[in-house]
Design a protein around this ligand. Structure first.
Ligand code: NAD
Ligand code: 89V
Length: 344
């Protein structure tokens, strides 16, 4: 029997609870220790998941535990020191999105892990949602031919601030927190990007950052895409947290519509299917779509460690998604298109 990988979770906040549930469901890995600088969160998560080995200081965790990986679920400002600590201790690391507050920090983390010879994966889970994987499978089937246009759309008025109050206070909001997922999906479906043009707005006067963003991208494949996201869009039926997708190809079209309705028009006509994600026993609507993707990405990590393969959303891969975020903010400020290759 293959021994279970011994993991530790650093950061026991709002989202980490999903990650802990997912680890419990995954064969081949177990969380043996947890760390949070806030003793209250340490107690809540430790008691809920029966983890007795608890640390308020990450350095003490690395010094005392023998680990096969760490799962870093803190917010972005702490990612660089924590990933560097993992690299110094030769421990492979998962790091939550946004990977870093700046591309320079992200590049430093990729280098630190590469120099130490340890794997690094960014927890960029939206591309692992089963409806998004279903769209990718249609593209791979060749049914719609060569894609020339895409739209990745996330428009909602859901109150994200009650669960994640820090989202209301930062100078950057929707592109950095949510648009980052949509930009990653655009890369996943249509490939890397050469140029991005961005417009932003703040509609909610109670928050510090932008809550609306519209981005126009040239993909290296020749396709054009629009990535649009909004937390100021009041709809008859609230779609949170669904990403809607439109792709037009030389031979047909894909539409991922509200309520996970997938419509594919190809050479042989139109097929409509329900690609709703399953409601896992510990999950709750409307978050179940995201929660299922957490299990999928964490399983992928375990497979990659077992096989010695690079995760799909490795640190190196995620530099290209984070570069889109940087370029989007730069372009929103200047009003000009921004070239991606110059940033990488
Ligand atoms: P949170 O503030 O609720 O939790 C973060 C926790 O980390 C806190 O308990 C804090 O005390 C702890 N922490 C911070 N720095 C630490 C350090 N140096 N050492 C130990 N503990 C430390 O935040 P959250 O809402 O859970 O978000 C965490 C991250 O997850 C963010 O980057 C957020 O963008 C991301 N997130 C991802 C998804 C997703 O679908 N991938 C969804 C929600 C949030
Ligand atoms: O996925 C996320 O990063 C979350 C949310 C979906 C609420 O924006 O912050």
């Amino acid at each position: 029997m293959v021994a279970e990988l011994r993991g530790a979770l650093i950061g026991c906040g709002f989202f980490a609870v999903n990650q802990m549930h997912a680890w419990r469901d995954i064969a081949g890995a177990a969380i043996v220790a947890i760390c949070d600088r806030d003793p209250e969160r340490l107690k809540v998560v430790g008691d809920q998941f029966g983890i007795v080995r608890r640390y308020v200081d990450a350095a003490a965790l690395f010094a005392s535990e023998s680990l096969d990986f760490v799962d870093i679920a803190t917010t972005a400002p702490s990612h660089l020191p924590l990933v560097e600590m993992a690299a110094q201790n030769r421990v492979p690391a998962i790091c939550q999105k946004p990977f870093a507050p700046s591309l320079a920090d992200a590049k430093a983390m990729v280098k630190a892990c590469s120099d130490a010879g340890v794997a690094l994966m960014v927890h960029e889970n939206f591309r692992w949602q089963s409806p998004i994987q279903a769209v990718r499978a249609v593209l791979d089937s060749g049914d719609i031919g060569t894609p020339f246009f895409g739209r990745i759309s996330f428009r909602s008025a859901y109150d994200v601030f009650s669960g994640q109050p820090y989202l209301a206070t930062g100078k950057r909001f929707i592109i950095e927190d949510l648009g980052i997922h949509s930009l990653d999906i655009a890369r996943f479906l249509l490939g890397d990007v050469s140029t991005i043009t961005t417009r932003t707005a703040r509609i909610n006067p109670k928050i510090a950052g932008e809550d609306v963003a519209t981005m126009l991208m040239d993909h290296k494949s020749g396709a054009t895409s629009v990535v649009d996201c909004s937390y100021a869009t009041k709809l008859a039926i609230e779609p949170f947290p669904q990403t809607l997708v439109e792709i037009d190809g030389s031979d047909g079209t894909i539409r991922l519509e509200q309520n996970y309705r997938l419509s594919v028009t190809g050479r042989n006509g139109t097929a409509v299917s329900d690609v709703s994600p399953p409601l896992l026993p510990w999950a709750s609507r409307p978050w179940h779509n995201i929660q299922e993707s957490v299990v999928a990405i964490q399983k992928h990590w375990v497979d990659c460690l077992a096989n010695g393969t690079e995760p799909a959303t490795s640190g190196a891969d995620n530099l290209r998604t984070l570069a889109l975020v940087e370029a989007a903010y730069a372009g929103a400020a200047s009003g000009e298109p921004v070239q991606l290759d110059a940033l990488l």
